[in-house]
Design a protein around this ligand. Sequence first.
Ligand SMILES: [Zn+2]
Length: 127
Amino acid sequence: MAKRKDLLLIGAALLAALILFLISRYMGRGNVSTVVARVKGEVVLTKPLLTDGRYEIPLPDGETNIIRVERGVVWMEEANCRDGLCIGQGKMRNRAKSIVCLPHNLVITLEGETPASEDDDIDVIIY
Ligand SMILES: [Zn+2]
C-alpha cells in the first residue's frame, strides 16, 4: 500500500512540474511586438520588433550603446561600457529574457501583445 502511495506522490509531483514548465514556456513565448530600451528606468526608445534596425542609444555621460533588431531578434551590437557584459548576453526574441548594461543603466526588454502602432514609435531622446 505504501508503495502505491509513493507512486501517486511521484506522479503528482511530475504532473505539477510539467504544468509549471508549460506555463513558463507559454509566458516566455507570448507574442511580443515592441523593443523597449530604458535608461535609469526612463523609456528612451520603442521600436517595432518586426522592423529591422540599428539604433544608437545616447547615454547621459556621453557614451553610446547600439541596439540591433533583425528578423525578430534583438541584441546589443556595440557598447563602450567597461565590462561589455551586455554584448555577451547575446540575442533575445521573447520576454523571458532582457539585456542589461549595468554600467550604463540601460535595460532592453520586449513588450506588447499586438503589432506596435505608429503612435508607439517614440524616437531616441537626446540628452
Ligand atoms: Zn554594457
